[in-house]
Design a protein around this ligand. Structure first.
Ligand SMILES: Cc1cc2nc3c(=O)[nH]c(=O)nc-3n(C[C@H](O)[C@H](O)[C@H](O)COP(=O)(O)OP(=O)(O)OC[C@H]3O[C@@H](n4cnc5c(N)ncnc54)[C@H](O)[C@@H]3O)c2cc1C
Length: 389
């Protein structure tokens, strides 16, 4: 495997760096520190940053040109993700990273034309309606029903933990079109959230934000023309979405961890504890694990770059980066002491790193996109071919 970037890829990186210098006025952490920026304003900043990126062709970098992409490869897309870690996250992250690939693989030409341009521009923000109160890890247990109504369908049921639901315009929903067929009875619908028959209730998180919510459907309209794939093919399409969710962000995680580790070392140096053997050992371990992550990330990237969809190997990476995230944040809180526990708007917090948020949010990363236990089950069954019982 060749770990070097080509000349064209290096050139892309340099152009992007120059573009960011001219276009990124304030880093995301500066926006977060600004007391005038409430949750709504922060979301607007994300939306306008997304629009700016799209106008300059920096979204859907590896998507075909005819669907609004730049026609490059997953490698340039990964370079983009790594170079922009200090920029605001885009508003329609869920749409572009998860639904986008599913539309490209499974939607009709008409559906792509209808949904992709507005998804890229941020005019329509998307959320993912898969999980339900009794269907998380066991997603096929989902019970939201889609009942035929003339040509279309009506949805009844509830989704939960829906990221960005309070800010979204559309939701992609897995709903049951056949109650008796566990996998073949699930259909993939694109549904507008702007209807009276849908109630979105924000959920307040440990971080203080309400980034996600519950979504209640009581007779909401789900149009037949907005079904992706055929009726009953929802499970297959959902698996494409989940594989992308698990495996496609490796270089971005790596760039973030590079930045975090630098801040950790700097903080420890400021505290005067960097020379202690136990501290050095902990930091060395984190550094080595980060390099393992790099090798894993390059392997996934090579698979994607050769045109293959991410397979069960994406689970290896998901476990590694998510559990690393938690270890790194926990060690940082331990090694940096009280300063790392201050919220970002405190004048005494570390200026370039929000450790408190990172430590709290890292509790979630081993749960979403499939918990660590579920990833281990996938690895044991599908990679190691171990028996189920
Ligand atoms: C920050 C965040 C954002 C999210 N965003 C979205 C979103 O946008 N859209 C969406 O649809 N969902 C979203 N989710 C939901 C997420 O997909 C689920 O939380 C996840 O799949 C786990 O399901 P659960 O919470 O119902 O836990 P459960 O499935 O009830 O699991 C509880 C515990 O049991 C363990 N467990 C369950 N089954 C097994 C098994 N077979 N073997 C071993 N252990 C097992 C799990 O690992 C876990 O520790 C989000 C979750 C988080 C934390």
């Amino acid at each position: 495997m060749d770990f070097r970037f080509s000349e064209e890829q290096q050139q892309f990186r340099m152009e992007l760096r120059a573009w960011l210098k001219d276009n990124l006025e304030r880093s995301w952490i500066e926006e977060l520190r600004d007391p005038d920026n409430d949750e709504k304003k922060l979301f607007d900043i994300r939306r306008s940053w997304q629009a700016k990126l799209n106008e300059s062709g920096y979204l859907g970098i590896h998507w075909p040109k005819e669907w609004g992409g730049r026609g490059l490869t997953v490698v340039e897309n990964a370079i983009f993700a790594a170079e922009t870690i200090h920029a605001p996250p885009i508003a329609s992250r869920v749409g572009i990273n998860l639904l986008g690939p599913a539309l490209i693989h499974h939607a009709t030409e008409e559906q792509r034309k209808r949904f992709i341009p507005k998804m890229l521009s941020g005019e329509e923000v998307w959320c993912q309606g898969f999980s339900e109160p009794d269907a998380g890890s066991d997603l096929a247990a989902l019970r939201t029903r889609a009942e035929p109504d003339g040509d279309d369908f009506r949805l009844e049921g509830q989704k939960v933990w829906t990221t960005f639901a309070p800010w979204s315009d559309w939701i992609f929903v897995l709903a049951r079109t056949d109650p008796d067929d566990r996998y073949g009875g699930i259909t993939f619908f694109l549904v507008s959230l702007h209807q009276e028959e849908i109630d979105v209730r924000p959920i307040r998180q440990i971080t203080g934000e309400s980034e996600f919510g519950e979504v209640f459907f009581s007779g909401a309209l789900a149009k037949r023309e907005h079904i992706i794939g055929a009726i009953g093919e929802g499970w297959k399409i959902a698996m494409t979405v989940l594989a992308y969710e698990r495996g496609s962000m490796s270089l971005a995680h790596l760039a973030r961890f590079d930045h975090y580790l630098k801040d950790l070392v700097q903080g420890v140096r400021e505290k005067g504890t960097l020379k202690r053997a136990d501290v050095r050992e902990k930091i060395a371990r984190l550094l080595v694990e980060k390099e393992v992550l790099r090798a894993n990330g390059y392997r996934t990237l090579a698979t994607l770059a050769s045109g293959q969809a991410p397979g069960p190997e994406a689970s290896l990476e998901k476990i590694f980066w998510s559990e690393y995230s938690r270890r790194l944040a926990d060690e940082a809180l331990d090694l940096l002491g009280l300063q790392a526990q201050l919220l970002v708007r405190s004048p005494y917090a570390r200026p370039h790193m929000d450790w408190a948020q990172e430590a709290l949010y890292s509790r979630a990363v081993t749960i979403y996109a499939g918990s660590s236990e579920i990833q281990r089950n996938i690895i044991s069954k599908r990679i190691l071919k171990l028996p189920s019982s």
